[in-house]
Structures are given as structure tokens and as C-alpha cells.
Design a protein around this ligand. Structure first.
Ligand SMILES: [Mg+2]
Length: 173
């Protein structure tokens, strides 16, 4: 059985910004193309926990570059699959990530998506998907928290439990 997919944004989820520079969150700086990113101190541990229940994939403007830096920086297995975004296919009425996600994830695949920049178009898209779909929003100054992880794991376990019992009910005697 397919495990649910977890789409992971990087900026605002793992790489933090918008915090008070006098009181930066715990983390360490990672230099990517000359730009310093503050990588959350807890993101690696959180992703390792989430990998128990989800298949992880990057869903970020970093695209394949995420794999050049983050598995090592976060101490998670990699490379991970990543969503690809076509810069020519960004219709004005759709959030810029939705086309890439639809191309990456089959409609029948349950998925959760963690991002700091969901909007009402993402909510409508999630509600219209055929498979269970969960959006988890983050504060870019804080990123992925323990509470988010608990919520995601509970959702994944409930989904897996429900689909197992649906299979048992549907199984011929
Ligand atoms: Mg972001």
C-alpha cells in the first residue's frame, strides 16, 4: 500500500526567516549560492520522525538543489524526490506550486503539504483533490514545530488505519 506523501517546502519551514535578528531561533547557518540560510535546529529530527509514516519529497523553489545541501545538513536519508516547477506554467489564477504538485503526485495519492505560503487557492485545490489532502501552514520565523509533527503523524496513522480497514471490508471471504 502507498504511504501518504509529505511535500516539504524549505524556505519558511526548514530555512527560517523573518525572526527578530536580536533573538534568532536555534539553528545553524548554511551557505547556499552565497546566501546564508538559518537551518532550524529541530528540522532534521522532525523529518526523521515524519519519515516513519510518510514518503518525503521536496516541494520548494530550491528544486533539485535541496538534495545538494539538505540531506547532509539535516542528517536525513537522501536524495529525496522533488517536485519540479515549470516557470512557463504559472497561471495567474493558481498558486505557483500547484501545477508542479499535480504533475508529481497522482490524484489518488494521499498527501500532506507543509508550507509557509499556502493561500485560499491551495485550500480550494486541497478540497477538490480525490485523495485525502492535508495542508499544514508554518510561521517562517519558527518553521516546522513539534505540534505540526504530531498533527501530521496522527493524520497519517488515521489515514493508513482507515485504508487498511477499507481493504479488509472489501476483501473477498
Ligand atoms: Mg516557503
Amino acid at each position: 500500500m502507498d504511504r501518504p506523501l509529505l511535500l516539504i517546502d524549505v524556505d519558511g519551514v526548514i530555512s527560517l526567516f523573518g525572526f527578530d535578528p536580536a533573538h534568532p531561533p536555534a539553528g545553524r547557518f548554511l551557505l547556499v549560492d552565497g546566501i546564508a540560510h538559518l537551518i532550524s535546529a529541530t528540522a532534521g529530527e522532525h523529518l526523521r520522525l515524519l519519515a516513519d509514516e510518510f514518503d518525503l519529497a521536496w516541494c520548494t523553489g530550491w528544486e533539485e538543489k535541496a538534495n545538494d545541501y539538505l540531506p547532509l545538513a539535516l542528517d536525513i536519508p537522501g536524495p529525496l524526490p522533488h517536485v519540479t516547477f515549470d516557470p512557463c506554467e504559472r497561471p495567474a489564477n493558481a498558486h505557483w506550486k500547484l501545477g508542479g504538485i499535480d504533475a508529481h503526485a497522482d490524484q489518488a495519492r494521499a498527501l500532506a503539504w507543509v508550507d509557509d505560503a499556502h493561500d485560499e487557492r491551495c485550500t480550494a485545490w486541497a478540497a477538490a483533490r480525490a485523495a485525502p489532502t492535508l495542508l499544514v501552514g508554518t510561521d517562517p520565523a519558527v518553521g516546522l514545530t513539534e505540534k505540526h509533527v504530531e498533527r501530521l503523524l496522527a493524520w497519517a496513522r488515521e489515514y493508513v488505519g482507515l485504508s487498511l480497514s477499507a481493504r479488509r471490508v472489501g476483501r473477498p471471504a
